[in-house]
Design a protein around this ligand. Structure first.
Ligand code: 28F
Length: 640
């Protein structure tokens, strides 16, 4: 017996070996634990650590979390919670802090039932961050003592040790992601800020302070919302008019068997639905039972009330889409045993949550309608208007279809189509103006490139009802050429071109057309953006020539560099528009796949994108002016 104990001091026991193997597995296959080693995965490390502080806040033990970006590309997270208990974990014979930082899936398993509520995307926590970091320094303040421990690539580099006394409490963690694992190791402040703001909204009262200490980028922000998700809705509706419907955010909350559901909602005067749901502080972008419960109850309550006050006749019915037109709603549920229908945790599956949310909304929204009849009436008027517009849109869509049948072909007359039929190989250029359209037709490789000149001003769909959109003369040819339908009829398998390239002038009018078209795609064919089918052409700004040498420049800086390079009597002329280029020039600068640059439009953050679209395209002037002033320098290459 004695001998065995001695042995354990010098060698690893079975459990400790498992610990080491666990972290090695994380380093070997990081994607399995954090999804990706791209920039997204890098930021994910911070979220995992912050989640632990949020858990402490949810336990009612932490008020303030500080996230700091340091000049050496490390990041620190500090909270004023209880700190980690200082004792030794019996099973492993290791300090608890070391267990939390070295054992995969520690927390719930080793920490007693139900401690962990906030779950990271993959629910992996501190040990994964440790495994994927060059080093981690932890300072744990608890019961008057300061303890520290250091890890390098997951292994203990300086053992857990008491280093002093303090009257502070809480955990401070600083780590540097491993550059041999991540493709990039420079954090983006804005990305972290957006996530921290979301967490501050979802956890009312928690204060999150962010600091950037990197030279040249110094900055600090404090995120603190006593109103929680009510503040979230106000923030999302900030760019929109709400007074015309109802002035107050409706807030509903309920609890059952340890699960909590909260809903905040407010209609605005737009026609869009902004419904964002969360389970345990993670966005559930594919929805799930909490969203279903909300939608069912909302439709039922509003139909019942409309019938009760006599504005809806017996057989008429408002659909779910009708009652959600112009709604902005946040649904947040917190539960101990969240079940997800997909690996990415994007869809919540717990059926008891559907019942819980349905009950809360049925009870509380009915009560709201009874107590606020004027607001309830305004909401119902809006839903009825949506109902009528949807009916009109259906008729307009049918008419579009019928018309194209009469013409014998469903393709627009102005389209110069390509020969190739396989959409993976084809490109559609949407070209501003007839003269540029003409050049593009002559310039293109007609085997796989199609040209559609745009006629007239593109409709601003942000300000238009569905029936207007579907019957609009500038949009119909685009919808017909692309071929996959819109809205409820959208079917990506019918897509006729793999790349849809917007080619507009590099001036203010061109920017306007780009934004109008992107708004249309974003609102009515969003999947095309999500699947990476929408691109922006990049025509040159300058033509520079010296005798027979001709060069093009795509920015002022590039123009200056080319002038410098060519020296002597160089001439630089600014292109006023695409129409000024002859077909050959257009081909070699903007359309030849071998030489052109095209920007793929991607939705990195659907919420931020939604915000940008409504600021740019909505009808509140003040926020638009502020946005354009703040972003003037980026206006040339708006990257959504
Ligand atoms: C900067 C990141 O990780 N904060 C944390 C706590 C508090 C407790 C805890 C954490 C107990 C047994 C696992 C304290 N007192 N910030 C953080 N704050 N972990 S992590 O407990 C860990 C579990 O093993 C804590 C009483 N209960 C829990």
């Amino acid at each position: 017996m004695e001998e065995t104990k001695e042995m354990q001091k010098n060698t690893y026991n079975d459990e400790q070996i498992q610990v080491l193997e666990g972290l090695e597995a994380v380093r070997k296959r990081p994607g399995m634990y954090i999804g990706t080693t791209s920039l997204r995965g890098l930021h994910h490390l911070v979220y995992e650590i912050v989640d632990n502080s949020i858990d402490e806040a949810l336990a009612g033990e932490c008020d303030c979390i500080t996230v700091t970006l340091h000049p050496d590309d490390s990041v620190s997270v500090q909270d004023d919670g209880r700190g980690i208990p200082a004792g030794i974990n019996e099973k492993l014979g290791l300090p608890t802090l070391e267990v939390v930082y070295t054992v995969l899936h520690a927390g719930g398993k080793f920490g007693g039932e139900g401690y962990k509520i906030a779950g990271g995307l993959h629910g992996v926590g501190a040990s994964v961050v440790n495994a994927l970091s060059e080093w981690v320094e932890v300072e744990n303040c608890r019961d008057g003592h300061v303890y520290t421990e250091r890890f390098e690539r997951g292994a203990v580099a300086r053992p857990f040790c008491c280093v002093g006394e303090t009257d502070r409490h809480g955990l401070y963690v600083r780590f540097k992601p491993d550059s041999t694992i991540f493709e990039e190791t420079v954090f983006d402040y804005e990305t972290l800020l957006n996530r921290m703001r979301e967490q501050a909204f979802l956890n009312a009262g928690v204060k999150i302070v962010m600091n950037d200490l990197r030279p040249g980028y110094e900055r600090s922000d404090t995120l603190h919302y006593e109103g929680g998700i009510v503040s979230f809705v106000t923030h999302l509706n900030n760019q929109r008019h709400v007074e015309s419907v109802h002035p107050d955010v409706i807030y509903m909350k309920g609890e059952r068997n340890g699960s909590i559901a909260e809903i905040a909602m407010q209609y605005n005067d737009s026609y869009n639905e902004t419904l964002v749901s969360f389970a345990n502080n993670m966005a559930t972008i594919e929805g799930g039972t909490h969203e279903t419960g909300f939608k069912t109850a909302l439709t039922k309550v509003l139909n019942d009330y409309a019938r009760k006050i006599g504005v809806l006749k017996n057989d008429d019915k408002m659909s779910g889409e009708d009652v959600r037109e112009g709604i902005c709603a946040i649904i947040s549920v917190k539960l101990t045993d969240a079940q997800f229908e997909s690996q990415t945790k994007a869809k919540l599956g717990n059926s008891e949550i559907r019942v819980l949310v349905d009950n809360i909304v049925t009870e509380k929204l009915t009560e709201y309608c009874e107590e606020n009849p004027a607001s309830a009436k305004a909401i119902i008027e809006k839903a009825l208007a949506a109902n009528r517009a949807r009916e009109a849109a259906r008729k307009a869509r049918e008419q579009t279809r019928r018309k194209s049948v009469l013409e014998g072909s469903s393709l627009p007359g102005k389209l110069a189509d390509c020969q190739e039929r396989r959409s993976e190989l084809t490109e559609l250029y949407l070209v501003e103006g007839d003269s540029a359209g003409g050049s593009a037709k002559d310039a293109r490789d007609s085997r796989y490139q199609a040209i559609l000149p745009l006629r007239g001003k593109v409709l601003n769909v942000e300000k238009s009802r569905l029936d207007k959109v579907y019957s609009n003369q500038s949009l119909i040819p685009i919808m017909q050429a692309i071929g996959c339908g819109v809205g409820d009829d959208f079917d990506v398998s019918k897509l006729r071109y793999g790349k849809i390239i917007i080619m507009a002038d590099a001036d203010v009018d061109g920017s306007h057309i780009r934004v109008l078209l992107l708004t249309f795609f974003f609102r009515h064919m969003r999947q095309l953006i999500e699947d990476g089918h929408i691109y922006l052409a990049q025509p040159p700004l300058y033509k520079i020539h010296k005798n027979k040498i001709v060069r093009y420049a795509f920015s002022d800086a590039e123009r200056d560099a080319v002038i410098e390079e060519l020296g002597g009597n160089v001439e630089a002329e600014r292109y006023k528009g695409l129409g000024e280029m002859d077909p050959e020039q257009l081909w070699e600068t903007t359309m030849d796949p071998e030489r052109r640059t095209i920007l793929k439009v991607n939705i990195t953050d659907a919420l931020a994108c939604d915000e940008i679209f409504s600021v740019l395209m909505g009808d509140k002037v003040e926020p638009r002016r502020e946005f354009i002033e703040a972003n003037a320098k980026y206006a040339q290459n708006l990257d959504i």
